[in-house]
Design a protein around this ligand. Sequence first.
Ligand code: C5P
Length: 236
Amino acid sequence: MDRSEATARLLCAVDTTDLDQARALAQQLTGHVGALKLGLEFFCAHGPDGISQVTDGKHGLFLDLKLHDIPNTVAGGLRGMAPIRPFLTTIHASGGPAMMRAAMAAAHDLGEARPKVVAVTMLTSMDDDDVEAVGMRGPVSDQVLRLADLVQACEVDGVVCSALETERLRKHCGEDFLLVVPGIRPAWAASDDQKRIMTPGEAMAGGASYLVVGRPITTADDPAAAADGISAEMAG
Ligand code: C5P
């Protein structure tokens, strides 16, 4: 993979509620990442307007709201995103088949430039005990595969998955399924609070479609240089 394709597959997680900080970071990263990931915290604080100020027509948007509600409401959420034009967004697989199909129908209604939709299978904050506590049968890894099958059957574009699940899911779900992978740490970065991590090269070799990287870029002295270092590792 060449460097520009690697850059296009690198998504930077902007995890702050500070609008000025997010805008400054976005400016520094112009041309160095494929898109910015803005999530629930930022969206609750600043709404669609704040998002547009950060992406500013220069960045693609991964809007990570992990929607989970009745089908009609999730479909309405997808349609409501139209003005800010995310290229990628998230729902919860555990919302079930009707919800996932409604989300995809709404996404398709947005036309050619529709957002791709990826589903969260199991939150990685949940361990085997948590899975049992909410009435599902563990272990987590079996649940992930079962839900990935359901996601695929509902013609959702892909899943968010941990780096360590990537290779297994790529084999299981085939080449056309998007795998969006956080928990990435380049060899030179601190692991922070991420426990199950992989390097960019390893994750790409395992079949990741997009890597989501936050702190190794956002807390670097030179975020653009950090992003370039990561895309170089992705390109191999
Ligand atoms: O700073 P860091 O690279 O750890 O940020 C990773 C991003 O991916 C954060 O926005 C985090 O919430 C998100 N994420 C994650 N692990 C998951 C799902 C999402 O780290 N399983």
